[in-house]
Design a protein around this ligand. Sequence first.
Ligand code: ATP
Length: 320
Amino acid sequence: MSGKENDAPVSTEQIQQNSEVNEQKQAQSQAQKQSVGWSLDDFEVGRPLGKGKFGNVFISREKKTKRIVALKVLFKSQLLSLGVSHQLRREIEIQYHLRHPNILGLFGYFHDEKRVFVMLDYASRGELFNFLQTQQGHRIDEPLAAKFVRQLSEALKYCHSKGVIHRDVKPENLLLDAKLNLKLADFGWSVVADHSKRNTLCGTMDYLAPEMVSNEPHNYSVDIWAVGILTFEMLAGYAPFAQHSSEALIARIKDCKVTYPSTITELPKSLIAAIIKREPSDRLPLQQVISHPWIVQMQQFEENSVKSYLAKIEEAKKKH
Ligand SMILES: Nc1ncnc2c1ncn2[C@@H]1O[C@H](COP(=O)(O)OP(=O)(O)OP(=O)(O)O)[C@@H](O)[C@H]1O
């Protein structure tokens, strides 16, 4: 993307060197600058990080603070023709007001004649989805899986306390930072709950709760359900109700019968079983997910597990 003529490309090395310093600067600048007053001139725009449905995301550097950010660029014409301007505005509003270590920070936005720019924290390890794809058997070790479950539960507990239901929790919407901390992203389908239950069908099939596929009213417990599905998938290498056809998948979700592979040991199995329940009110509350014996026990191995995954990533980089 061409921004200003003096835009310098940002190298990966520079980004890594700056990331520690940036963490401190991030907190300061977040409070200082509101979403008004930003323009493309404030950024050096670097390489694309990925392509979304409505635009691209670029690694960028805020010139003043040298803070590295992810700049999401959306085309107004596309947003208008697809009728999603309202959804985007809601997504921005919701994410802007949520501040939590495990929620991807959205700290501002601005627009020009043709484009909308959204400023997001940079999550250097990308999507959990891709991370899982690169692992043997598409599985990860228990301590790392437990860390992700705990961090996701903390993020969702915070969202729910603010009256926000995410409704689209899945590995594609969970990003990872340099130290493999999980960041909940993509609030495009979330709703601010009122007292009535919502019944709009949305989200991706494997992670949909039975009440959603049955088009029944649903509430915040659809997010808890997704925590159970994710726990299973990270330890098994596949989602518990995975099927080739959507009809067969829906039937299995409604049936709610989980078959556990041998890779899932007793403790995580007891956690998954306490979450994947047909009746929403029977699902284990998030605070009890966080204090589940498996999550607590795994915490002592977490640091070493993260270190060894990071070492493996570096090793793989060297080979390429
Ligand atoms: N904050 C970020 N840090 C690092 N990479 C990111 C960040 N945000 C997005 N990306 C990368 O850019 C890609 C596109 O992101 P984007 O959110 O536009 O698309 P998406 O996930 O398909 O969402 P949507 O469904 O809203 O289009 C993602 O797949 C991800 O790899």
